[in-house]
Design a protein around this ligand. Structure first.
Ligand SMILES: *[C@@H]1O[C@H](CO)[C@@H](O)[C@H](O)[C@H]1NC(C)=O
Ligand SMILES: *[C@@H]1O[C@H](CO)[C@@H](O)[C@H](O)[C@H]1NC(C)=O
Ligand SMILES: *[C@@H]1O[C@H](CO)[C@@H](O)[C@H](O)[C@H]1NC(C)=O
Ligand SMILES: *[C@@H]1O[C@H](CO)[C@@H](O)[C@H](O)[C@H]1NC(C)=O
Ligand SMILES: *[C@@H]1O[C@H](CO)[C@@H](O)[C@H](O)[C@H]1NC(C)=O
Length: 398
């Protein structure tokens, strides 16, 4: 039997320990809660220890902050960035977790430094490219280990031979998706915080798999030229594209100025219903097409030549066949059509990830449809402008 003072001391120590774990637990809970109540894009910076500071506030946040009874420094408007030309643009910071908050671990996993990030391939070509570019920029921002899984690689490697992200090491090749720690977007589809938390090492020394499609333009646009280089088309693709364009040039009257090629992508089929159901939006149609055509015809008189590709060529022809300066892809494979659009000098796009990449890779001026939607849509004016895509020009759809 210990003496009463000893037992008191013991009890007191246990109380202290309990208090400490309660404090740690509460802080952890607070971080989780902040992440979960976050249903719109906001900016979280991790300071010193687990104190969250919100930079970009919303009404919703104020409400949640009241509930949590946290006082934070909030800013009533989106932070602005001074550009060199003194134009103030509203922007999204490339990363919400500053790369300086990167946590370094010495732990290894199959010979790679943890954390390790990979990505579950989701969607078709345009989405896969968004996922790849996001992974690429995570590596660049946080110097985190990023690897490509076999299934992902199988889907894009034959189109882009020069992708630099390494494969999952052979010793870990047998792993199933369930052997990885899942990390997703949260709230709205344009919310990328957890991926960054994982990449910055703040979710621990684990191997993570992104289980939702990510497409963080504001992150990968920081490395625009590198990303475009990653997506260098295999020679067979560029040969086909160049062959198509040179046939058009050969046929061209020598009295006309040299052609300026404008890739024109029209996304239709399933997207019409999808865009309406998911985002409450309407696709651009005839009014937008004619407006976009005249934009380039005015800019390059007698020189603009439009190269149209679409998932619904029949529809595209019914809309644009009447014009002498419009040519149609015969409907190559998705990779080949993208290579064709990307080899043009400028672009016109409607909606969706495929059009985005065709235009991003072409690299010239990009005319896009200024669509409105009830739910924030990634390929929209708001996101493009906030991501700092200076060469993207919105045109109204009505
Ligand atoms: C919120 O916290 C402050 C101190 O930080 C305290 O004075 C106040 O009573 C708290 N309010 C509620 C509703 O708990
Ligand atoms: C980035 O990671 C590589 C590989 O782990 C390491 O050799 C390099 O020193 C890191 N760079 C920085 C700036 O920490
Ligand atoms: C792509 O990779 C091949 C072989 O690794 C190399 O010869 C070529 O220069 C690369 N192309 C680009 C555009 O980086
Ligand atoms: C070239 O011109 C000929 C004759 O007008 C036409 O039949 C052919 O389809 C044209 N080829 C292309 C690639 O435009
Ligand atoms: C326009 O694109 C064509 C085809 O890729 C290319 O040959 C030409 O050099 C480009 N023109 C300019 C001004 O970049």
């Amino acid at each position: 039997m210990s003496s009463i003072p000893n037992r008191c001391k013991h009890l007191y120590n246990r109380l202290l320990a309990f208090q400490r774990s309660l404090f740690v637990g509460l802080n952890f809970f607070f971080v989780l809660l902040c992440i979960y109540v976050w249903n719109d894009r906001r900016v979280i910076l991790l300071q010193n220890y687990n104190l969250l500071r919100l930079l970009e506030s919303t009404n919703n946040y104020h409400h949640n902050a009241d509930l949590l009874n946290v006082s934070t420094t909030t800013f009533n408007s989106t932070p602005t960035l001074e550009r060199k030309d003194n134009v103030k643009v509203k922007f999204l910071p490339p990363t919400i977790i500053p790369p300086t908050s990167w946590v370094k671990y010495s732990k290894q996993w199959h010979g790679l430094r943890l954390p390790v990030i990979t990505c579950r391939p989701q969607g078709r070509l345009g989405n896969l490219m968004g996922e790849y570019a996001t992974m690429y920029s995570l590596k660049r921002h946080y110097n985190v280990t990023v690897v490509m899984n076999k299934e992902f690689k199988k889907k894009i490697k034959h189109i882009f031979l020069n992708t630099s992200l390494p494969d999952i090491p052979a010793s870990a090749g047998h792993l199933k998706f369930t052997d990885w720690t899942p990390v997703k977007n949260i709230g709205s589809r344009v919310n990328y915080a957890p991926i960054e938390l994982a990449a910055a090492g703040l979710l621990g020394a684990k191997n993570f798999i992104m289980t939702e499609s990510s497409f963080e333009i504001q992150m990968f646009n920081q490395f625009k030229e590198e990303v475009r280089k990653e997506f260098t088309f295999a020679p067979t693709y560029t040969t086909k594209a160049n062959g198509f364009l040179s046939k058009i040039m050969e046929n061209r009257s020598s009295e006309l100025p040299d052609p300026v090629f404008v890739g024109f992508h029209i996304r239709r089929t399933d997207y019409e219903g999808f865009f309406k159901r998911r985002y409450g939006g309407r696709l651009p149609e005839t009014a937008y097409y004619t407006r976009a055509l005249s934009h380039y015809r005015t800019k390059f008189p007698d020189a603009a030549v439009f190269i149209v590709a679409s998932d619904d060529l029949k529809y595209a022809r019914s809309e644009l066949d009447q014009y002498h300066d419009v040519f149609f892809s015969p409907g190559f494979s998705p990779g080949e059509d993208m290579a064709l659009l990307a080899s043009c000098n400028h672009s016109i796009i409607t909606v969706g990830s495929y059009g985005f990449w065709s235009a991003y890779l072409a690299g010239g001026e990009v005319v896009y449809a200024d669509v409105t939607s009830k739910i924030e849509y990634r390929f929209s004016r708001k996101i493009y402008e906030k991501s700092g895509l200076d060469n993207f020009i919105p045109l109204p759809i009505d």
